[in-house]
Ligand binder design. Structure first.
Ligand SMILES: [Zn+2]
Length: 285
């Protein structure tokens, strides 16, 4: 089984019904990445079935941030505040985060896998692991050795561009994401099963579209800084539509910072100011 959804009685009940319908036992549970809508029920399912639990080897590093929301909330509040977010936003981040019960408790994988590993499905059939960081540092895609089907998780989605996070200036998640997307483009694959939405007929072409979307967005952000240096928060307001909800702002400021930090690493922007009040400035390159 690949990804198992949130931890809820209804969700677990439907998984049990599904397993009974196909007359199978759950022996292998694979998580594409450590997001709530993919793996929250894993702990409960493993306990119930004894299945092996397969995720990328970097997953354990992310588990503390998954299980303790105050870690992420304070990190994002600090970063957003330093990049021009209003205090209502940062204060809401620190007070409005109630961890819902359907998040479950993330557990370490019993089988940690790396790029190019094979997850045996019995006989000579296996799933080949493609390490595709970006949407999350521990994201993997899988290729079925028998059918060449690509299971793309949240890395390639049919209707939206997957969210790219910001976790601090030491990481270039958009750079990672674009490199991982390029891998799917070069795979020249067709039938692709994403984690959300319906089958994608031409997976590599869809990956190429997403890559072009980010190229355009990067150039838009450079354009938004033509008049002079500005904060990431203002660039976000110019990039995304107005009246975003709190949740949307949370995603949009991270997505904006991921793009701006990528441009900084490319030498096209520099950070000016100080750690409590950063602005991005064009370098002219
Ligand atoms: Zn996700």
């Amino acid at each position: 089984m690949l990804d198992c959804g949130v931890e809820s009685e209804a969700g677990l009940a439907s998984i049990r019904t599904g397993l009974a319908t196909i007359g199978g036992n759950l022996t292998t549970l694979i998580g594409s990445h450590l997001h709530v809508d993919h793996v929250a029920a894993a702990g409960a399912l493993i306990e119930e079935t004894g299945a092996r639990w397969v995720m990328h080897e970097t997953t354990s590093d992310e588990i503390p941030r998954y299980n303790d929301w105050t870690l992420r909330a304070t990190g994002l509040a600090l970063a957003a505040g330093a990049h021009g977010a209003p205090t209502e936003f940062t204060e809401a981040l620190l007070t409005d985060w109630e961890r819902p019960p359907w998040y479950g408790i993330a557990v370490n994988p019993s089988d940690a896998v790396a790029d190019d590993d094979r997850i045996s499905l019995g006989g000579d059939r296996y799933l080949k692991v493609l390490y595709t960081p970006g949407h999350q540092i521990n994201h993997i895609c899988l290729v079925d050795s028998r059918t060449d089907l690509l299971f793309s998780g949240d890395h390639v989605l049919p209707r939206i561009s997957p969210f790219v996070p910001y976790t601090g200036p030491e990481s270039d998640h958009l750079g990672d994401y674009l490199a991982s997307i390029d891998r799917i483009v070069r795979l020249e694959t067709s039938r692709t099963h994403p984690a959300h939405g319906t089958e994608i007929e031409r997976g590599s072409e869809r990956a190429h579209q997403i890559s072009l979307h980010h190229d355009r967005r990067l150039e838009d952000m450079i354009d938004h800084l033509t008049a002079g240096p500005d904060t990431a928060w203002h660039v976000m307001e110019k990039t995304f539509r107005p009246n975003l909800s709190f949740l949307q702002q949370r995603l949009a400021i991270q997505e904006t910072l991921a793009h701006l930090e990528h441009l900084r690493r490319k030498g096209r922007l520099r950070l000016i100011g100080d750690p409590s009040n950063w602005q991005y400035e064009r370098t002219g390159r």
